[in-house]
Design a protein around this ligand. Structure first.
Ligand SMILES: *[C@@H]1O[C@H](CO)[C@@H](O)[C@H](O)[C@H]1NC(C)=O
Ligand SMILES: *[C@@H]1O[C@H](CO)[C@@H](O)[C@H](O)[C@H]1NC(C)=O
Length: 301
């Protein structure tokens, strides 16, 4: 009986620790739609053609745009899930930067978040982007593409095959030079995070803050500091350089949704305090963004 009590006491202590770390708060199933955070199946409203009002002459590096981190991470539980809207809805909600990680097995490129297969392949992504750009020719889509959960370091040829098979060669912006808005319309700008000849812009040429490690929810403030410092740097930084800020983060004791609930809230407040001021903030990449937060980012243009 004594050891039973002790076990119960230890269990409670553990439970309290977990509550403290926010683990329980995020493993329950409730769906949330707030102005800054949305893990429901669809955005509150759409904003599918917002780039139509960006002048043709503006370099893409000077456009402020929202993105999603691990765009296709829908499966695997709270530890690996980063998004809840399907690709098409993300694009129609206004997201213009996609983060794609592919596993390469004998020429086959499947979408992965770490070990977790995301029940899709790169062809479906390319088809989805091509369809969207055909319907909305004023828009452009940027896509970071990297290898994940395989280490062939040789995905170039497979990517080219997929482009030919599921889209077409002209869908892509074929230069490492940053296009203007006019040049980019209707195009997919690959941000190439793998070796090989130029398929688009080089991911490594961007000015990036991706401090994704947030061990526990006690580290959210450090994460936020990295985000707002980089946004401030983007506002005054070299305008020919594309700035990319990841507002997403995770760790064993801080799931992507728990971090997003907290960081997206701070981001929303930070941006609303500056609303009405025209500033280049660059690309802001998030987990579980909500439509009003996307709109707030878009409105900086
Ligand atoms: C990828 O592999 C699956 C089977 O695992 C196959 O059905 C599919 O055709 C392959 N895709 C390509 C583009 O080779
Ligand atoms: C801005 O960055 C470009 C490269 O993107 C570089 O060539 C140029 O010298 C930089 N300008 C300044 C003022 O640092």
């Amino acid at each position: 009986m004594g050891s039973y009590r002790r076990t119960v006491a230890i269990a409670w202590t553990l439970l309290e620790t977990m509550v403290f770390l926010g683990v329980l708060a995020v493993t329950c199933e409730g769906k949330v739609q707030r102005p800054e955070y949305d893990d429901t199946g669809a955005p509150e409203f759409l904003n599918p053609s917002w780039m139509a009002s960006i002048p043709d002459s503006r370099p893409l590096s000077e456009v402020t745009l929202p993105g999603t981190h691990n765009t296709m991470a829908f499966y695997g539980g709270a530890l690996t899930e980063c998004q809840s809207w399907p690709l098409d809805l993300q694009l129609r909600a206004g997201v213009r930067f996609l983060d794609m990680r592919v596993r390469h097995v004998k020429g086959n490129l499947t979408i992965h978040h770490g070990v977790v297969y995301q029940r899709a392949h790169l062809g479906q992504v390319l088809e989805g982007v091509a369809r969207f750009l055909q319907e909305r020719p004023t828009e452009t889509v940027l896509m970071r593409l990297k290898e994940e959960f395989s280490e062939t370091n040789d995905i170039y040829a497979a990517v080219v095959d997929y482009v030919h098979c599921y889209a077409n060669w002209d869908l892509l912006w074929h230069s490492r030079i940053t296009p203007t808005m006019g040049q980019a319309r209707g195009k997919l700008v690959v941000l190439q995070d793998f070796s090989g000849p130029d398929l688009g812009m080089r991911y490594g040429s961007l000015h990036i803050a991706d401090d994704w490690k947030v061990p526990t929810l006690l580290h959210v403030s450090e994460k936020w500091q990295s985000v707002h410092e980089h946004l401030a740097a983007a506002a005054v930084g070299n305008s020919t350089r594309t700035y990319l800020t990841f507002a997403s983060g995770a760790g064993i004791f801080a799931y992507p949704n728990a971090v997003a609930q907290r960081i997206n809230g701070r981001l929303y407040k930070y941006l609303s305090d500056m609303a009405g001021i025209s500033k280049r903030l660059g690309i802001i990449t998030m987990d579980f963004p909500a439509a009003p937060l996307l709109k707030m980012i878009i409105d900086f243009n």
